[in-house]
Ligand binder design. Sequence first.
Ligand SMILES: Cc1ncc(COP(=O)(O)O)c(C=O)c1O
Length: 388
Amino acid sequence: MFAPFETQYSASPVRILYASKAYLSPLIAQLMAEQGIGLDVVSGGELLVAQQANFPMDRVSFHGNNKSEEELRLALQLGVGHIVLDNWHELERLTRIAQQTGQHPGVLIRVAPDVDTDTHRYLQTGHATSKFGFPLSNGEAKSAILRILREGTVRLVGLHAHSGTMLRETRPYQECIERLLTLLGEVHHETQWWPEEISPGGGWAVDTPDGISTPSVEILARALQVSMEHGLASIGSRRTPPTLVIEPGRSIIARAGVAIYRVGARKPTPGGITYLFVDGGMADNIRPALYGARYTAFAVNKATAPLQEKVCIAGRYCESGDMLIADVMVPVMHEGDLLVLPTSGAYCLAMASNYNLVPRPAVLLVDEHNVQLMERRETYQDLLSRYQ
Ligand SMILES: Cc1ncc(COP(=O)(O)O)c(C=O)c1O
């Protein structure tokens, strides 16, 4: 994600935050730290993983639409860089905590920019009625900014928006930047306030088997260059351009992960569908059931065998909707054979559950030279320890 912005974008400084919600472990946090990337976290748990990895906390931004008092206090105690305020209650909660602790936290206002996106409705976040952010269209975003500036308890460092995920066009990003900069222009002329950061969020897609390809990140970087230059020029301020903060999750981690499943059984049906039952499913990858995400599969131990059979790859969980892939051509597979599903690095294990009280799988970090255990396989003892 870095390189295209280094070569194609020069309207302002740029900073990349990895959206940890896509998948986080201490090793991943360390890899991001080594790359000079920051982290976008959304919970106390993600904050603590970052801390456990010795991640530089000043490079962490804390998001979420309902951060608890405890989580906000933890964030301040750990010294997070910025807190992204999502609604009035959070603003009040953080203001109260800041008054009590005497801290002066740096915050961004998350704006609901009323931007349409061409993605599944569960993946849209920037519309006016979104659960995320202060609405722009009715003036709430501006009121929140003015209130923060007037009260001065928390320090407003920037404006943020995120219009959705699995985005394949630059338009929503450009509209976010245009709307944030128009808002900035109004506030700047009234108050002289100037941000350190502007963020149109994350959300860039990766290719999936539905045949639609995702344009390169260079195209996104060039589009944002145009929008930032144009928007800043229309404000007409001589102040240093705010840093553009991009928050990719999926486009960094999705292709880095593959899921490997073992076939346990096959079941031809009278209707003609042949199921391959695998030892995982919706508890380690909820995406197909939740919003129809598409995957493909390859046979690991029969990689060169002819693709002779159309199968439905179904999970082991007690739901008819637990199907990872509705139909895919594979070699004839039997008990013990292994299937690999590419592009499983994002929003799979990060959304995992213990449905049916099945322990979660292990995760390995692999490169040309090394294999490291990133997450150990959960044990029955891990599950039972909750009840002790
Ligand atoms: C505020 C915010 N930033 C960044 C992301 C990352 O999106 P993606 O993984 O699609 O890049 C999300 C995901 O929903 C988000 O809500």
